[in-house]
Design a protein around this ligand. Structure first.
Ligand code: GLY
Length: 427
């Protein structure tokens, strides 16, 4: 009898130890809270916009031209035609919705997919499917490089997290349209079809390469990957200064020589627009993942070092431009921080001395999870994060939530948890 009792006690102890072993050792309350807030905010938004056929993008705000001049450290003449009109007073404070042709239309469905992947919550999956399907017409859209963002974040994540036979043709058609914008003589994908540039390529375009890599992997057809690699190499040649900060726009002549180098959303042509640096490091991390070409890894590491050196804020959520004045009123860009964090988590698995990038990403994710940046449930028009900046020189979306800040925050949390082997159910 005693023998059985002892054996039973040992078994119970071992089982208890085994289940304790699954619990994360560190205090991850911040992580659980961020995920729970995100799910609540996404669900609330889904209910509120259920019948709109549009996507939540940000909150309407106005601007004050004197403030903008101070931020740009210039006078009003510098704005020329860039300023958008201030929204009407009735609009201010309301949710800004975007039509499906907007460059940000994939981020809300993508956030729902990440929330589903993080938690297994079926409401997230149902809403993700619904909002992803709204983007079906975009498979035929050819007028911007942003189709990569739009379709990879929505349908791409659908395929990754809830695969279905109907998705591949949609991704392939989009990828064909994206490589249709590639000019072999120039060696790049054309970003925009507006403006006075001959052939504008923006650093943001690095983000559209992930769709091409993914479609090459899914189909076994390397033509998409080849275009992505050519684009990344040409961008490496012309978009970067010797300190690895990036120009925003490089326009090419038709023979592939550079027409001009400028900014569109940064402080000035020679400044380092914060989100641009984030797009850049993220893009080259992807390129290294998909090619194992160490030139791409070196590029990613050098941009990462630049970001860590240039940040002026103690909480690592950068000002909207790394050259913006260091004042208490300077708007931050939580979107640049979340993109950087997501990229740095992955970079930490590739680089020698990767731990420092993981530490940096963890600090960003923790700081975005504080009340300063993380919305309280029911506030912030249903967005997850506060304090991003869309385009200050255009007077647009200054110190607001942005759907892509939310998306890359969730992606960053997802990557962080995968790396740390943390599961939501164990939090
Ligand atoms: N791709 C546009 C932006 O980053 O604002």
């Amino acid at each position: 009898m005693n023998y059985f009792k002892t054996t039973l006690t040992i078994c119970v102890c071992l089982l208890t130890l085994a289940s304790c072993d699954k619990k994360p050792q560190e205090d991850y309350k911040w992580l659980k809270n961020s995920i729970d807030v995100s799910v609540s905010q996404l669900e609330l938004t889904a209910k509120e916009i259920a019948d709109s056929a549009k996507m939540p993008r940000s909150i309407w705000v106005g601007y004050d031209i004197d403030f903008l001049c101070k931020q740009m450290e210039t006078d009003i003449t510098a704005f020329k035609d860039s300023l958008r009109p201030n929204p009407s007073s009735e609009k201010i404070g309301t949710r800004r919705l975007a039509r499906i042709y907007d460059w940000t239309s994939g981020f809300y469905p993508g956030s729902l997919w990440y929330a589903y992947h993080l938690t297994g919550n079926d409401i997230m999956k149902k809403e993700a499917t619904k909002f992803t399907n709204l983007l079906y017409p975009i498979r035929e859209y050819k007028d911007t490089h942003d189709i990569g963002f739009m379709m990879n974040c929505s349908y791409g994540n659908a395929e990754r997290f809830a695969p279905s036979d109907s998705i591949l043709p949609i991704l392939v058609q989009t990828a064909d349209n994206l490589i249709g914008r590639f000019d072999p003589k120039i060696g790049c994908i054309r970003s925009w079809d507006f403006g006075t540039w001959n052939f504008p390529v923006i650093i943001d375009n690095m983000m559209n390469l992930d769709l091409l890599f993914y479609v090459s992997n899914l189909t076994g057809d390397k033509k998409y990957k080849d275009v992505a690699i050519a684009h990344a190499k040409k961008t490496m040649e012309n978009h970067f200064r010797p300190d690895y900060s990036s120009y925003h726009v490089v326009s090419y002549n038709s023979d592939g020589t550079v027409e001009r180098k400028q900014t569109h959303q940064g402080k000035n042509d020679e400044s380092s627009w914060s989100r641009g640096q984030a797009w850049a490091v993220y893009g080259y991390v992807s390129c290294y993942r998909e090619t194992k070409d160490t030139a791409f890894l070196d590029q990613a590491v050098n941009i990462a070092e630049l970001i860590m050196k240039r940040v002026k804020t103690a909480d690592l959520i950068p000002f909207w431009d790394y050259d913006a004045p260091d004042t208490k009123d300077t708007p931050r860009d939580a979107s640049a921080a979340s993109i950087t964090a997501s990229a740095f988590v992955e970079l930490s698995t590739m680089a020698t001395d990767g731990g420092k990038y993981l530490d940096y990403a963890e600090k960003i994710l923790q700081n975005l999870s504080t009340d300063t940046y993380l919305a309280s449930v029911g506030s912030n028009q249903g967005f997850i994060l506060k304090h991003s900046t869309g385009s200050l020189p255009n007077g647009s979306e200054i110190d607001v939530p942005l759907n892509y800040a939310d998306y890359y925050f969730l992606e960053g949390l997802d990557r962080y948890m995968a790396l740390k082997k943390i599961e939501y159910k164990d939090l």
